[in-house]
Design a protein around this ligand. Structure first.
Ligand code: NDP
Length: 498
């Protein structure tokens, strides 16, 4: 093992993790063993919690909320804890990135960059904890004064997916904590390690016991029970639209818990002939290949002006062929492994369906054999019609479909021709086109001449079937609050009964 980079090989044995309830590590009888998708060897063993374990976690979160050990603190005190978390994450950055890579398969350099983003989330969350405030109405006449309070909603259930296990967690946890809520987290069973490591970090930073609890296990059992739990006040779910829909049913059938949903996307990237085509091609290659396209905001539909389409696709295919797909622990790797076997099979099936439907393959088009692990080449299809499954479904892999347009109206219509509305981008040097398209395309995140840029100050979330609510920034904190109107009578009451 290299002394300077002591983590850059797989562990000799799988690491055991407990689960975390009320500030204590607990163990269970049944375990799930996770193999690294990039290497095929076992890397972690986590507990398959029972529904009783989940109930204990919800009870701990409820008690911690009701006795106000966290919500009763000042925003400044909460911010102090969140800033200490940021410091500890800085210290443990490489270690957390390493476990993220082993379970998820993403490149180590990307994972480290994601931890930097997570540190920023805690810093922004600290600011938000201090800035969270309500409103007042000095306009109700001399006899009445109105105040609007934001109060923490209570116990939050947080279900996170396997594509960005730590990043998606950290785009939510600091804001949930800033609001004063307590929580029970259920990470995806295949990528639970870093969610458990965050429990250590939060405890060291001084977060009171019971505020952050983690239960591990399958979505079908533990996720479902969390979404149905009558003592959970809000559920934040990130994952597939199908499970998002089941969360809506579960909320309706239990206690009408509030839902935050960040679901699928089929995100357009619109390229006009007047764009910097070199920049746009680099953005398109990045937008579909980053995180192997297993990204809810992946730009998976290329909508390019017909007059430059052939040249642009050639440029893009050349760039995609140069992307370094390889071992996630290799510093030079840009695209790592596909996270799960099921996802690998899904992506390859869509590629086969694209070929069978007559789409023209310009780049990639199949698996890459590195001797171990599962890898797929960044793939570009042209000649795609809007009714093909590869153009309509969220593939969640490095598969880009190109479609052509002639007018601004046609570009907008194609971009909006989807049930999703998570993200979009436009590439043009014409300000009128850039503004018209950004205002007319229905998506929660929009980029002009860039892609996937931003920080935790800006809200995240989707239109249409991409979800409900917003995460991050001040909008994110407010999602985890209830709004209360307080009316204060001034002076003597005008009596109803004479
Ligand atoms: P899921 O929606 O099944 O998984 C997301 C999370 O939900 C995981 O923590 C999962 O746990 C949990 N979960 C699963 N079933 C339930 C349930 N009944 N109730 C509550 N929680 C549940 O996604 P998949 O892993 O099956 O991926 C399928 C597709 O979903 C992908 O191909 C992609 O299109 C989309 N997806 C979108 C994501 C996004 O960021 N928008 C993220 C992940 C997937 P566990 O993994 O332990 O079963």
């Amino acid at each position: 093992m290299d002394q300077k980079n002591p983590h850059l090989s797989t562990p000799t044995a799988a690491r055991n993790f407990g689960f975390f309830v009320d500030g204590q590590w607990r163990d269970g009888t049944e375990r799930f063993e996770r193999a690294s998708p990039g290497h095929g060897t076992p890397v972690t063993r986590t507990v398959r919690c029972t529904v009783e374990d989940l109930n204990a976690a919800v009870a701990a979160a409820r008690l911690a909320f009701e006795d106000r050990r966290w919500s009763g603190l000042s925003g400044a005190a909460r911010a102090g804890v969140l800033l200490r978390v940021a410091e500890i994450l800085r210290r443990r950055r490489d270690e957390i990135a390493y476990w993220e890579v082993l379970e998820n398969g993403k490149p180590i350099s990307q994972a480290r960059g994601e931890i930097d983003h997570c540190i920023a989330c805690f810093e922004v969350g600290a600011g938000a904890a201090r800035m969270l405030h309500g409103d007042s109405f000095n306009s109700l006449g001399d006899d009445l004064f109105g105040m609007v309070l934001h109060e923490p909603i209570g116990v939050v259930g947080l279900i996170t997916p396997w594509n960005f296990p730590f990043l998606i967690l950290c785009e939510r946890v600091p804001f949930i904590l800033a609001s004063g809520c307590t929580m029970v987290v259920k990470p995806s069973e295949v990528t639970s390690a870093t969610t458990l490591l965050l429990a250590e970090v939060l405890a060291e930073a001084g977060l009171p016991a019971g505020v952050y609890n983690v239960v591990t296990g399958s979505g079908r059992v533990i996720g479902q029970a969390l979404s149905e739990h009558p003592d959970v006040d809000m559920l934040s779910f990130t994952g597939s639209t199908a499970v998002g829909r089941s969360c809506v049913h579960a909320a309706a059938d239990s206690n009408f818990k509030k839902l935050g949903l960040e679901l699928g996307g089929k995100n357009p990237i619109i390229v006009f002939s007047d764009a910097d085509l070199e920049d746009a091609a680099d953005g398109a290659a990045f937008g579909i290949s980053f995180n192997t396209g297993q990204c809810c905001v992946s730009s998976s539909r290329l909508i390019v002006e017909r007059s430059v389409a052939a040249d642009f696709e050639k440029l893009l295919a050349e760039k995609m062929a140069k992307i370094r797909v390889g071992d996630p622990l290799d510093e030079a790797t840009q695209v790592g492994a596909i996270t799960t076997e099921a996802q690998n099979a899904t992506i390859l099936d869509y590629i086969a369906r694209g070929k069978a439907a007559g789409a023209r393959l310009l780049a990639g088009g199949g698996p890459i054999d590195l001797g171990r692990g599962q890898y797929i080449a960044p793939t570009l299809f042209s000649g795609v019609s809007r009714d093909m499954p590869i153009a309509r479904d969220e593939i969640f892999g490095p598969v880009l479909c190109s479609m052509h347009f002639d007018t601004v109206e046609e570009a907008i219509q194609l971009a909006n021709d989807t049930v999703y509305g998570l993200a979009a981008s436009v590439w043009t040097k014409n300000i009128d086109k850039a503004l018209t398209v950004s205002r007319r395309v229905r998506a929660g995140r929009f980029w002009v001449n860039t892609i996937m840029a931003g920080g935790p100050e800006m809200p995240l979330g989707g239109f249409k079937q991409s979800g409900w609510g917003r995460e991050a920034g001040m909008y994110g904190v407010e999602e985890y609050t209830q709004v209360k109107s307080v009316h204060v009578e001034i002076g003597k009451r005008t009596h109803w009964i004479a």
